[in-house]
Design a protein around this ligand. Structure first.
Ligand code: MV4
Length: 589
């Protein structure tokens, strides 16, 4: 690849580990970096690493990283000539891409038209069909009557999936096992779809009972060149939240791997795609079916980087600047095997995966041969309830899959983190399981087979936030017209109370859980989000740990559990309600 910097100054419209990842790539390319930050992130790692930083104001994502005016203002003031959106936030927002392009600033991502086509399932499926790439066999005409479901099931076989045409993330998808379930399932799918997406159109597919989720990384330039870069298997997930990803997809026959790669490139070229993207497939019994295309750099991109040796972020910047792909498909080769483990601040105990925000009081990340850490935090930083709670990703490479698994387990056991509970125990349980070793897992496996009931909290000593006076490392921050400047001032530890927000520790409940007091009958939600399910009724008897409501926050669902056994006296929310962290949703007495 040419060594000339593709841009002078890139603004990273994101936070956490992905902002850090992009900043590092820019630094290696000699590009100046501009961070943006919310009030809670004034001291965050991405801000510390960037050359410049602009305040967005606000605390919640909506007030800060999703505040279009504030971001556009920062772009303007910073003089950035390109914006990298990371994932989430504005990464798949065609209007945002257009708004910055109109200002003469390059969007490091695909054209807005391609984002739009892939933005809804129907047009995304049509875009694939158009180039001869097929989804799961089904009927894409909108359903009007449960009899259509029955006729399809009787003809093609049960089970059948009813899917929300304008849905996503499994929301609105209903599995129908037999004719008698059809009326209720269709009604439920339409109702859910209407509640979430304000549209109730649904369609039908054969339901695959044990599929693997295999996706293909593609990279396209603006000169009509496109390559596929191995596969990623992301089957180890729960509630549509991926836990572990690996590359290449294990046990995939070479001819199928090639056909999937070629199908992915066809879909991309057929929709005039440029930049990095991912085409998702379901794979079962030697057949693969197109699912959708993600028009962004994904969380799990590093496993592809480790097996191909390609820097995807550097390549994104290169093609965004108009550069041609510096290699062809024939030059792409895959070496060894890579595994990524997502380390989220969540407590996986009992399979609940309850968010566990808070200050990271201790963090020692593993290193050694074949180990990469892409983190968004360092010791002393705080994981806020307002944002995605991904602390970082551990990515290990080995000469083959067994070596990569052993290396990842070794590294996870070296990992030391205190102050927040993490998904590490669940990650270890998966990697240590014979089903995972034998590739007998599927997308349902974590929820239906893996037993996390004995999984201990990752940090049983439990944080209180009050025990450990954090070490004071003080760089004073001055904001002038919303631009951040660091001023090195060394504050004596006794004056630590004057420290910035990263050092201010919220009082937390003795259990260390962010939600509710220990054993409290008030069931509180740990973070802001939307209630997607109320699992109990007034009068129900519940046990400690039983799910009371399901909260969707940051694109994932969280079970909010009873902390006390008893009778449900009150339910204060309904499906679809928005709640804030700390809101009481039910009362148990
Ligand atoms: C399916 C399926 C089985 N059969 N479609 C869930 C999210 C949405 N994007 C597609 N999903 C699925 N569609 C048919 N016809 C199983 C899933 C599915 C799944 C897919 C990918 C990754 C994880 C998953 C977990 C459960 C179900």
């Amino acid at each position: 690849m040419p060594n000339e910097a593709p841009f002078e100054k890139v603004l990273i419209a994101n936070r956490g580990e992905i902002a850090v990842r992009v900043i590092r790539a820019c630094q290696e390319l000699g590009i100046e970096t501009v961070a943006v930050y919310s009030e809670l992130d004034r001291e965050a790692l991405h801000v510390r690493l960037a050359d410049h930083a602009f305040a967005l104001g606000g605390q919640t994502a909506a007030e800060s990283y999703l505040n279009t005016d504030a971001i556009l203002d920062a772009i303007e003031q910073s003089g950035a000539d390109a914006v990298h959106p990371g994932y989430g936030f504005f990464s798949e927002n065609a209007d945002f891409a257009r708004a910055i392009t109109e200002r003469g600033v390059t969007f490091v991502g695909p054209p807005p038209e391609a984002i739009e086509v892939m933005g809804d399932k129907i047009s995304a499926r049509e875009a694939a069909e158009k180039v001869g790439v097929h989804g799961v066999p089904g009927i894409t005409e909108f359903l009007t009557n449960p009899d259509e479901v029955v006729a399809f099931g009787n003809d093609k076989g049960w089970p059948v999936a009813i899917k929300a045409a304008f849905g996503g993330g499994g929301r609105g998808m209903k599995v129908v096992n037999s004719p008698d379930e059809a009326p209720e399932a269709l009604e439920a799918a339409q109702r859910e779809s209407l509640a979430y997406f304000a549209r109730d159109e649904c369609y039908l597919e054969r339901y695959l009972t044990k599929p693997r989720h295999i996706e293909i990384q593609v990279l396209c330039d603006s000169h009509g060149n496109a390559v596929h870069l191995s596969q990623r298997d992301c089957s180890a997930q729960r509630r549509h939240q991926k836990l572990i990803e690996e590359a290449p997809a294990p046990g995939l026959p070479d001819d199928i791997a090639l056909a999937m790669g070629e199908a992915a490139v066809k879909v991309a070229l057929g929709s005039n795609y440029t930049n990095a993207g991912t085409v998702e497939f379901l794979y079962e019994d030697g057949e693969f079916f197109y699912l959708e295309m993600n028009t962004r750099l994904q969380v799990e991109h590093p496993v592809t980087e480790l097996v191909t040796g390609l820097d995807l972020v550097a390549l994104q910047l290169h093609v965004a600047a108009g550069g041609a792909l510096p290699f062809t498909q024939d030059d792409v080769s895959v070496t060894g095997h890579a595994i990524e483990v997502r380390i989220n601040a969540e407590d996986p105990a009992g399979g609940a995966f309850l968010p566990s925000p808070g200050p990271i009081q201790r963090l020692r990340v593993p290193s050694g041969f074949g180990v990469r850490w892409d983190g968004g935090y360092e010791e002393g930083d705080e994981v806020s309830q307002y944002y995605d709670n991904l602390v970082g990703k551990l990515i290990c490479h080995g000469k083959d899959r067994d070596t990569a698994i052993a290396r990842t387990l070794r590294a996870l056991r070296e990992f030391e983190i205190q102050g927040v509970k993490t998904t590490i125990p669940a990650d270890i349980a998966i990697l240590d399981h014979p089903d995972f070793a034998a590739v007998e897992h599927s997308t349902k496996w974590v929820e239906e087979v893996l037993d996390l009931s004995e999984t201990a909290a990752s940090d049983p000593t439990a944080p209180t936030g009050d025990e450990t006076e954090p070490k004071v490392r003080r760089d004073a921050v001055v904001e002038v017209n919303g631009k951040r400047f660091d001023v090195a001032v060394w504050v004596p530890e006794s004056a630590g109370g004057a420290a910035g927000p990263a050092k201010k520790q919220r009082r937390r409940s003795a259990s260390g859980s962010a939600g509710g007091g220990s054993g409290s009958g008030d069931v509180t939600v740990p973070m802001q989000g939307t209630i997607v399910k109320v699992s109990v009724e007034v009068g129900d008897e519940v046990e400690v740990g039983e799910t009371i409501v399901v909260l969707e926050a940051m694109k994932m669902e969280n079970n909010v559990a009873a902390e006390k056994a008893g009778t449900v006296k009150e339910i204060r929310v309904a499906t679809g309600d928005s709640v804030s962290g700390g809101d009481v949703v039910a009362v148990i007495a």
